[in-house]
Design a protein around this ligand. Structure first.
Ligand code: CA
Length: 364
């Protein structure tokens, strides 16, 4: 029902309270509320993912505020409505309209999903956004999910993660042999090829396992999140810049049929709120990580340094092999891989004389 605001205001002003009471339901009807459910792979209260600037709850708050309450998103942490890693199936079935997580959890459904979260030796925050927003990345993401009736968009980013915590110093590739390490995904496969005994543990189990010596090393996220788990109390060597997760993207996964039913202005609000969270969450990580890193080194005697060059070289060689095997198995993965790395090689050449050169020049 169309409401002529001008005539309502005029009549209301003349007739007083009675007209206001009568007219109010018409406005409520015109501004009908759509309520969507959004699940997450992370438990309620998780910093960055569920709470804080650019998180899932912040995304919901922004959508509701921008739409003046026309689109409400009910946010459910892992385990509240569905278990952590069942968001993909819930959105696919339409049980919920959206899920907030990382696409690399879905590599068992479609391997190409890996590229929309992080690829070892991949692009940084600026580069990956260039590819996603302006280099065809989001279109490919939607192509990968088309058979499942879903679309996706970036809605958060951790920035570069850390290589992780080791109880013993790593000086050579041979030091990796037999090491029991928590590291999921493709990077785990790469370490495994170099003789690491790879363990996959959820976040909450990392600290007790590292402390008790069930594992000798672990990667999680970065200084803020790692300190929160207490990993610095169980291992002293903190290997810095994360070759395995250069800019880990959070994914907003949406049921395509629900999306198509959404009025165009509400679609634009969701897209813009997700883009805002993508930037704001990364900004939060930069601030939180620089504070936490200083604290870890100054107050907790953590030894922070990069992995030796020879180790990085070996990890890179194994990564190339693992990626080559994956693209040989699946044409869609190859299509996404080729797009990602074509963009990366151009971006690397540009970045070398722009962003990277800037840091080197300024540092002197
Ligand atoms: Ca990680």
């Amino acid at each position: 029902m169309q409401v002529n605001r001008r005539s309502f205001v005029t009549k209301g002003a003349i007739a007083g309270a009675a007209a206001t009471t009568l007219a109010a339901p018409a406005i409520v009807k015109a501004q009908s509320t759509i309520t969507w459910k959004m699940t997450s792979a992370y438990v309620k209260g998780s910093p960055f993912y569920m709470d804080g600037p650019g998180s899932a709850t912040d995304l919901a708050r922004r959508i509701e505020a921008m739409s003046n309450g026309r689109l409400r998103i009910q946010v459910f942490g892992a385990g509240e409505l569905v278990p952590a890693f069942e968001g993909f199936d819930a959105v696919r079935a339409g049980t919920v309209e959206m899920n907030h997580a990382n696409s690399y959890f879905w590599t068992g459904k479609t391997f190409a999903a890996q590229y929309f979260t992080a690829v070892p030796f991949g692009m940084n925050f600026q580069g990956i956004n260039g590819w996603l927003y302006d280099g065809g990345g989001i279109d490919l993401w939607n192509e990968v999910y088309a058979p499942f009736g879903m679309i996706a968009m970036p809605c958060g980013n951790t920035g570069v993660q850390m290589s992780g915590w080791f109880k013993k110093e790593i000086n050579t590739v041979a030091d990796l042999k037999g090491l029991k390490m928590r590291i999921p995904g493709l990077a785990g496969k790469v370490y495994s090829n170099l003789g690491v005994d790879v363990k996959v543990l959820p976040g909450g189990e990392i600290f007790p396992a590292l402390e008790r010596g069930v594992i000798d090393a672990a990667e999680f996220v970065g200084p803020f999140q790692d300190r929160r788990l207490g990993l610095h109390k169980a291992a002293k060597f903190y290997y810095t810049t994360g070759w395995h997760e250069s800019a880990t993207v959070s994914e907003l996964l949406i049921n395509r049929a629900a999306w198509q039913k959404l009025p165009r202005d509400l679609q634009a609000i969701v897209e813009n709120a997700a883009a805002a969270c993508n930037v704001i969450s990364e900004a939060w990580c930069q601030r939180a990580n620089s504070d936490a890193m200083e604290d870890l080194v100054k107050n907790h005697k953590v030894i922070a340094k990069p992995l030796p060059d020879a180790v990085i070289k070996a990890l890179r060689a194994e990564t190339d092999k693992v990626l080559a095997e994956s693209i040989a198995k699946d044409p869609l993965t190859k299509k996404v891989h080729d797009s990602y790395f074509a963009f990366k090689s151009k971006y690397d050449r540009w970045s070398e004389i722009s962003e990277e050169a800037y840091h080197v020049t300024v540092r002197g």
